[in-house]
Structures are given as C-alpha cells and as structure tokens.
Design a protein around this ligand. Structure first.
Ligand SMILES: [Cu+2]
Length: 202
C-alpha cells in the first residue's frame, strides 16, 4: 500500500517538474563586466498563458529630493502609492503613453494612489525638482524581476524549454532599451549572463 502511494507521489512529482522546470538566474552586467542594478528581466507570457496578480499598495516614495526606488515593477492593474517623506512639496507626473498622470503639489505625510492599467514604462518626474527621475515598469507576465546591487535577477518556476527573456534598463543603449535573449530552461537552475550598454543622461 505504502509502495503504491510512493510510486504515485513520485509520478506526480515528475509530471509537475515537466511543466515547471526551474529557476533562471540572470546576471546583468555592463560591457566592462560590472554588475548592473535596476535592470528589469522578464519572460513574456505566451498568449493564453498565466497573468500576474495585481498588487495593491506598491510604493514609490519621495525622500531627499529623490524617488525611491529608482525602478519599480508593477504587474498590470496594480496600485502604487506615492508617499512624500520630505518636508517640502512635490508635484509628480508621468507623460508616458497609456500611463499619464499628474499628482498636483502635495506635502509631507500626504500620499496619493495611482492604478497602472497599461503595460509598458511610466517615466516619472517632478515639476519642482528636475533631478527627480524614476521608472515604473508595468508588466503583464508573472515572470519579472529586478536586478539587485549584485546585478542578479531571479525568475522562479519558469516553464521549461526554449524561452525568450527581455532585459530592460531605462538607460540601456539598445533599441527600446531592451536586450532580448533566447535561452533554454532546464530542470534546476539555469544561469545566463546578459550584457547591457548603458548611457545615463548627462
Ligand atoms: Cu519634487
């Protein structure tokens, strides 16, 4: 009886691993090999494939005349709060197609909320402080991750086989600021390195 149960369990496990191969570890670097943080790695979902769950209450704060974080990933339909942690007022806007909005002058402890409904990039600015720049990458795939200070991003439970990954950084020199790579996802962890040329605005 126990033997039959174990056989069944092992078969189920095999079946599961065929559908969900494993993790992809992506090392994003600049051409001289330095780790590149704030790159967004995503694996587009196939038509009819899984959609990401929207998240309520993501945060894009203003602190010390800067946005934080510099890059935020938002599954499409998510809400993002814009808390102002400074003692002075900010006036946050995005002119990006599909994600235009404006948060008129607002002060400390006030926060506003925006829903991001369109897949793409929302480039943020502040009408008062020109140096304030940040980006919200709105995604329609469950497989999206941002590279950390070590340049590493991880996608988990990725389907196996041949897959496309897009690596985007707001200051990448590539077309659409994106480098695309086709990789083969195999059981366990698959590690790839992606190189992005970067040209920050002067
Ligand atoms: Cu400001």
């Amino acid at each position: 009886m126990l033997g039959r149960f174990l056989t069944y369990a092992a078969t189920s496990f095999l079946f599961a691993t065929q559908a969900w191969a494993g993790d992809i570890v992506i090392r994003v670097t600049t051409p001289d090999g330095k780790p590149l943080p704030d790159a967004v790695v995503l694996m587009p979902a196939k038509p009819g494939g899984p959609k990401p769950a929207p998240i309520d209450g993501l945060k894009m704060a203003q602190a010390g005349k800067q946005f934080t974080p510099f890059v935020l990933i938002a599954p499409v339909g998510s809400t993002v709060e814009f808390p102002n942690l400074d003692k002075f007022r900010h006036h946050v806007y995005s002119f990006s197609k599909g994600n235009k909005f404006e948060l008129e002058l607002y002060g400390r402890e006030e926060k506003r909320v925006i829903t991001f409904k369109t897949t793409g990039v929302a480039a943020l600015g502040c009408n008062i402080h020109d140096q304030m720049v940040a980006f919200i990458r709105v995604v329609d795939t469950p497989w999206a991750a941002k590279s950390g200070d070590d340049g590493v991003a991880r996608l988990t439970a990725a389907p196996d086989g041949s897959q496309r990954i897009d690596v985007w950084h707001p200051y990448a020199t590539a077309k659409d600021q994106t480098v695309t790579q086709t990789i083969t996802v195999s059981p366990g962890a698959t590690t790839v390195t992606v190189v992005l040329g970067i040209a920050p605005p002067s």
